[in-house]
Design a protein around this ligand. Sequence first.
Ligand code: TMP
Length: 228
Amino acid sequence: MEKLYEGKAKILYPEGENLRVYFKDEATAFNAQKRGLIPGKGVVNNKVSAFLFRHLEAHGVKTHFLKELSDREMLVRRVEILPLEVILRYRAAGSFARRYGVEEGTPLQAPLVEFSLKNDALGDPLICENAILALGLAEEGELERVKATALRVGELLRGFFAQRGLDLWDFKLEFGRYGGEILLADEISPDTMRLRKDGEPLDKDRFRRDLGGVEEAYQEVLRRVLGG
Ligand code: TMP
């Protein structure tokens, strides 16, 4: 079947009016300056994303998810992705900790919603809401909807992972337009979250920082997500 699009971690295929998403084991970090393979990652990310999309749907969040097709593939609605990475933070880490000179793990006074422009050539720069509106990347109503949904997703995921002994520090979401609605899209996986168990990363930070035990960390997240 002809590919519609191949990204760094996923391949999209047309499937009738929907899309089939194939999750790869390839990993990149730092805007693809670092590349590698995490065996089994595609399976973990597909299954974790599917489980979390179902959990969020059960709590009233509208997502692009339709069903799991195989270990590495899911069927999703074909949305028009907003060119924004929506990042929710509960503790300082990664680019936020570097930008503001804050120690990793510092709790934030309130959940923070940040936006980056999805543009690899520019290195996904941070973008403010006024610039999003000025550039016509989203309408005001859409942006409000995106922020409110991101905060709701954050509350649900923080609780979900806390019950499984994991602390969700931050995560990235993407949204898309679909028939006048805004749906949560893309993936929610250890590639796109920072999850800590007793302060130890169980996510892509193990790969970014060469901490070792990367495959095992992804498998442990899957076990905890499925295990309840
Ligand atoms: P950051 O601290 O590097 O900006 O990352 C914030 C969160 O967003 C973290 O959970 C990892 C996730 N993320 C992605 O999913 N994709 C990306 O391209 C980047 C830079 C971060």
